[in-house]
Design a protein around this ligand. Structure first.
Ligand code: ZN
Length: 256
């Protein structure tokens, strides 16, 4: 098994709000990966006194622990429990019903000798590579559909007909993209926050197969360097308009 990962903040003097964790249990039979991208709501976190890094560490830590220790629970159940546990940690001090309460996108993958399970919520990406090299993206396409329709995306956060993130409501897990693939059909997989998938989804200078090949041949650090170089060529987003000219970027490659 080979595992490689890299993460870079979008701006050096601001905290990186991505979260990546991997567990390889002592049984040696499998593992779990959790990748979150903390959403930075402007102009603050609603009525929450905590930071986005505080939130993603709580949520991601709980999700990893549950994914790896509770094999009888589905990943959706693990995420629901992790959301509830994180909400319990600040419901006495913060208004969790606020639309801008801290929240995150989620990719989680759990594998054993028989299967590879996945869950994707919001706009981070999971790429599954088959033994013949075919790369299949697993995406929650809601945000992209809203953008394509010309809708005001931020107003549709966690609302019917809009898009969904892991915030304080465990029921959101019913909106996640989930699935199970036989282990024999997955040679490797990659998880990317939207800051790392920009060459495909924003700049459109690459496709998923090209991104996967780059990860395999040159590693996640090279991918993120390439994203930064592309962002730097258009530092204010004039040629390619985008929400953040530079974004936190995290990529992980797992060869099973
Ligand atoms: Zn709080």
């Amino acid at each position: 098994m080979r595992i490689e990962s890299s993460t870079e903040p979008g701006t050096p003097n601001r905290p990186n709000e991505d979260f990546l964790a991997l567990a390889l249990p002592a049984s040696g039979q499998g593992g779990a990966l959790v990748l979150l991208d903390g959403v930075t709501p402007a102009p603050g976190n609603g009525d929450c006194v905590h930071s986005v890094p505080w939130f993603v560490a709580r949520l991601g830590g709980a999700l990893l622990e549950l994914s790896v220790s509770r094999s009888e629970m589905t990943l959706a159940d693990c995420l629901a429990t992790a959301i509830r546990r994180t909400a319990d940690a600040h419901r006495d001090t913060c208004d969790l019903s606020h639309r801008l309460t801290p929240q995150a996108t989620v990719v989680t993958v759990r594998w054993n000798q028989d299967s590879v399970e996945h869950l994707v919520l919001s706009d981070s990406a999971l790429l599954l590579e088959a033994p013949d090299g075919k790369v299949t993206p697993v995406l929650d396409g809601r945000i992209e559909r809203l953008v394509a329709e010309g809708r005001a995306v931020s107003a549709l956060r966690n609302s019917e007909g809009g898009f969904f993130t892991a915030a304080a409501d465990p029921a959101v897990v019913s909106r996640a993209v989930t699935g199970t693939t036989p282990r024999a059909d997955v040679r490797a997989f990659a998880a990317l926050t939207d800051g790392a998938s920009r060459l495909v989804e924003v700049f459109r200078t690459d496709d998923w197969a090209g991104t996967f090949a780059l990860l395999r041949e040159e590693g996640p650090q090279t991918l993120i360097r390439r994203v930064r170089a592309t962002e730097s060529a258009d530092p204010e987003g004039r040629d390619v308009p985008r929400g953040k000219p530079f974004d936190d970027a995290t990529a992980a490659l797992v060869e099973l």
